[in-house]
Design a protein around this ligand. Sequence first.
Ligand code: HEC
Ligand code: HEC
Length: 163
Amino acid sequence: MKTPTRPLAIGLLVVAFFALVLGRAQAGGSHYFPPVADPVVKEECGSCHLAFAPSMLPASSWQRMMDKLKNHFGDDASLDPAVAAKITEYLVNNAADTGGRRHSDKLLRGVSASNAPLRITELPKWVKEHRKVPDWEWKHKDVRTKANCAACHSDAERGYYED
Ligand code: HEC
Ligand code: HEC
């Protein structure tokens, strides 16, 4: 005779497993990209979208991006040159290929650091990680754009990208 308690036991096991995995991620484990810590960068680069983690792109991408803020993906994001220089310095010093972050290596797989795209969302590894996300989800009114990381990664602000 089948006992009805068995599925419940499996359910509890699964919950325990997720708690374990999440616990590890929160402790700085698998998919942590240190968030912007500099208040100026946070303010100037976090007003239109999430202040993207510098370790998600190589230094050359940040450099190129900061050189043409006047046309920033169609927006004018230009800044006082002195402020821009400080922000560039921060981004470059914490970039994927200069900060020496372990997880950036994976994210940058398949791109040369000197010829990387300006978009995180165009890195081959990013595309691969997101290929299972259905079209309707990208178009959902709460998402709208791939750059809206925090819509799906509720802890993106703190640097965690476990889903
Ligand atoms: C005036 C608004 C505005 C400001 C200020 C701004 N951005 Fe953006 N940024 C945008 C827009 C618009 C996009 C394109 C978003 C999209 O594709 O949906 C974008 C996209 C990006 C992307 C690419 C996201 C992707 O698709 O991977 C990066 C990286 C980025 N911005 C970095 C920065 C940095 C660094 C700063 C600060 C110097 C900054 N942004 C300031 C408007 C802004
Ligand atoms: C429409 C929802 C959605 C948006 C928007 C989104 N992601 Fe994701 N992301 C996902 C899903 C789903 C996964 C796959 C999770 C898995 O397989 O464990 C994922 C995986 C990831 C991973 C790998 C983590 C892992 O567990 O393997 C990273 C890193 C990541 N996303 C970063 C980003 C960044 C950065 C942005 C914004 C530029 C972004 N995501 C925008 C849904 C989204």
